[in-house]
Design a protein around this ligand. Structure first.
Ligand code: CUA
Length: 321
């Protein structure tokens, strides 16, 4: 699944909101719209009364002194206290009811673990399947996300489902949603977490129940793909593209263009020629030899990429001359 950075998945929808894709989205939007329109109506009403009074009680040549001073009116005070009170209580009730609903996952929710790290999202499914950068879920099923960070604070935001929650190191936070339509939807990180923050994106792929079972069993193994094509797919789908360019431009990590066979100088001295063994080491033990001028921020991909995928990445890098 290509993660085309130039094409936002949230552009469809209304002026205020991206498309709705979860059961709770409707509640969030209706409360928002109620508060928005109540505010607009009150703003217009108050401004109109204000302008009317300014004109009516204007000081003129014939009327230099203010007219009879009204300093108290019990009826008016009760009206302008009780009406806003009813409106705010109504909004409070509506809001807290929705908050509880969105906070407490249904007991039959399917649990998926989310691990955030600079700068990727990793998803662990009960079956043992893992995915990077793409959360795959079945439609019409409540999904509970149990989230934690390996480094700094991140925040999981899926606008189409109207859910957002901080992802914190050394603690689990949870959030749930039920997708009510299939398709592909955007995930953003909404807590500033360093250089790669704005590229720390992901997608939610909502599949039918049958397709989801199939995906769990077979995954996106790419068993029938040539190695370099598989490597390109890994580059786009497993988070490599966040930090490594393929056109020679510098990002958080060194570009892959012209990497194979080049001489790498390391932080703290030493150098080597970038061959298959060096690239493999950089993927599974990235902190071992850090290229001069870069920070040791890459997480290990040991256990995340299988051997065939690592070989694919190496073959893909060979094609980037
Ligand atoms: Cu992770 Cu911003």
């Amino acid at each position: 699944m290509d993660n085309n950075k130039n094409e936002s998945l949230v552009k469809k929808g209304s002026l205020w909101f991206p498309e709705k894709a979860s059961t709770e989205a409707y509640h969030v939007d209706s409360l928002f719209n109620f508060i928005l329109w109540a505010s607009i109506i009150m703003f217009i009403g108050i401004t109109a009364v204000l302008v009317y009074f300014v004109r009516k009680f204007k000081r003129t040549k014939d009327n230099m002194v203010a007219q009879a001073q009204i300093i108290h009116n019990v009826k008016l005070e009760i009206i302008w206290t009780v009406i806003p009170l009813i409106i705010t209580l109504f909004i409070f009730y509506w809001g807290i009811e929705g908050y509880f609903k969105m906070t407490v996952p249904p007991s039959n929710a399917m649990e998926i673990r989310v691990t955030a790290k600079k700068w990727m999202w990793q998803f662990d499914y009960a079956s043992g399947t893992k995915s990077i950068g793409e959360l795959v879920v079945p439609v019409d099923t409540p999904i509970k996300l149990v989230m934690s960070s390996e480094d700094v604070i991140h925040s999981f935001y899926a606008p189409n489902f109207r859910i957002k929650r901080d992802v914190i190191p050394n603690r689990y936070t949870r959030i749930w949603f039920e997708a009510n339509r299939t398709g592909q939807f955007q995930i953003f990180c909404t807590e500033y977490c360093g250089d790669g923050h704005s590229d720390m994106m992901g997608t939610v792929r909502v599949l039918s129940g049958a397709d989801y079972e199939k995906w769990l069993k077979e995954g996106d193994s790419g068993a029938d793909m040539p190695l370099d094509k598989l490597g390109e797919k890994v580059y786009n789908s497993k988070g490599c593209a966040t930090c490594h360019s393929t056109d020679g431009s510098a990002k958080t990590g060194p570009s892959w263009k012209g990497l194979y066979g080049s001489t790498r100088n390391f932080n703290g001295g030493g150098s080597t020629k970038a061959d298959d063994n060096y690239i493999r080491e950089s993927i599974v033990k990235p902190a071992e030899h850090v290229v001069a001028g870069y920070q040791p921020v890459m997480p290990t991909f040991a256990g995340i990429l299988n051997d065939r995928e690592i070989n694919g990445v190496i073959e893909y890098i060979k094609t980037l001359k």
